[in-house]
Design a protein around this ligand. Sequence first.
Ligand SMILES: Cc1cc2nc3c(=O)[nH]c(=O)nc-3n(C[C@H](O)[C@H](O)[C@H](O)COP(=O)(O)OP(=O)(O)OC[C@H]3O[C@@H](n4cnc5c(N)ncnc54)[C@H](O)[C@@H]3O)c2cc1C
Length: 482
Amino acid sequence: MLLICNSIFAMAPTQRSRTTRLLEGAAALAARTWPLAARLLPERLEFDDTPSIWHAGTPGYQPRPPLRGVISADLAIIGGGFTGVSAAYHVAQRFPNHCIVLLEATSLANGASGRNGGLALNWINGIGTDDPDLTRKVYDLTSAGLVAIRTLIERHHLSVDHRFDGTLTLHTSAERAEAAHAEAEYLQGLGIPVRFLRSSDLRSRFDACGVCGATLEPDTGQINGAQFVRGLRPILEERGVAIYEQTPVIRIRTGRIIRLTTPQGEVHAPAVVLATNGYTSKLGLFRDALFPLHSSVLATAPLTPDQQQRLGWRAFAGFADDLDRISYGALTRTGRLVFGGGSNQAYAYLFNNRTRLPPESAVARRAQAAIARTLAGYFPSAATLPIACRWSGVLGITLNRQPLWGRWGEYKNVYYALGYSGHGITLANLAGEFIADLYGGDDSRWCWLPFYQSRYPPIPPEPFRWLGYQAFTRLTGRSPRV
Ligand SMILES: Cc1cc2nc3c(=O)[nH]c(=O)nc-3n(C[C@H](O)[C@H](O)[C@H](O)COP(=O)(O)OP(=O)(O)OC[C@H]3O[C@@H](n4cnc5c(N)ncnc54)[C@H](O)[C@@H]3O)c2cc1C
């Protein structure tokens, strides 16, 4: 049996179609042109700047000044999202005398960590298994990750809007609902507390149209990632971490001592953490491993009790559906409905790994119209709700949807945790524990993970990447995966 509970942005692997096999073959051929493409098509370092509703929850936040001059550190972390901040937190805790520097191109949580759907979920994307031991281990790991998020919020009294009263996976066909029911029973047999809810049981609490049943994961929930990441900044600084925002790393030169070049400075360090997720290829690394996919999101103004009543959403922090072009939604404690995904148009891949989707572009406008339509399909009264904020963010997508975790380089001194494929809130927050263990020379807690230090299915260079994405999504209505 395949575990599919709440696999946001990922469905259980299905049988490969002829189209998929054909495209895979073409991709392997196209990959031979990498040396040429890498030289002819340099990538541009760019970032979304439209604030999300989560950013609006950190009013007055001021990024720290950029790095000026040449400095040395024991460990330099590139990227200030969940992964980078979590790495800084755990390494600083474990090695209080080490000099740690965090370099963030714009401001903390300006990437996916402050632009997501907010769902803190169980499970790891891309792992479909019928092995009960592996199922239990993955569940225990991500469940510990959820507890760790809540513990951090409580320990440091972080002002983070959150609720952990469970999330749903909505099943949109009777057949899939039946399979999900059987799966929920199987998981319960392993001691995993998921529950299947029939549509008749669901309706009084969550009345979405076209739903044939749902799987409830009671310990999952929803957080404001921008408040979480930015709230940790003073804690890191108290622990001696030097944080430079507005500091893009524009060049990385590997070696026993790694040199990171920024517009006004340089960092020399014997070890570096790549916490750059969907932006990683800009540094010339992992270019064939993951690609940036834009997902658009909207948030309503806080709903009145009457609007919430009419909406039919009376319980649970959030949901995702069981479709390949997944829809995801959350209802915050302050009564805002946050929603994204749900169709080909709601997601976009831009030529040559562009990582900024201008909000005024036709692609962004089409995406926003598409997500509004999908939302109204689930909740008809949502069509008239006041929209307070629209934005998009960059996911780091791998072809098999598994993350990329490990150490890289001749001296194995580049630590990386990337490619969560849209399911990273829990895992990216665990990544810091992983990196601290590896940095300390002990991988025993992690070496069973199927994606640890593993090979990945390669993605071809441009122009094949863009053409392949367009062809695959239009022909199949699905997102490219192997
Ligand atoms: C629209 C959207 C919806 C999502 N919904 C969910 C969800 O509901 N649940 C879930 O679990 N996951 C979701 N995700 C995925 C989740 O948000 C990510 O997996 C997670 O935030 C990844 O964290 P990160 O720190 O690795 O990457 P990011 O948050 O992207 O952080 C990377 C950081 O690196 C910085 N950076 C990049 N390049 C450089 C450079 N050269 N120099 C310096 N800094 C650099 C960037 O500015 C950025 O701040 C969603 C993502 C998006 C975009």
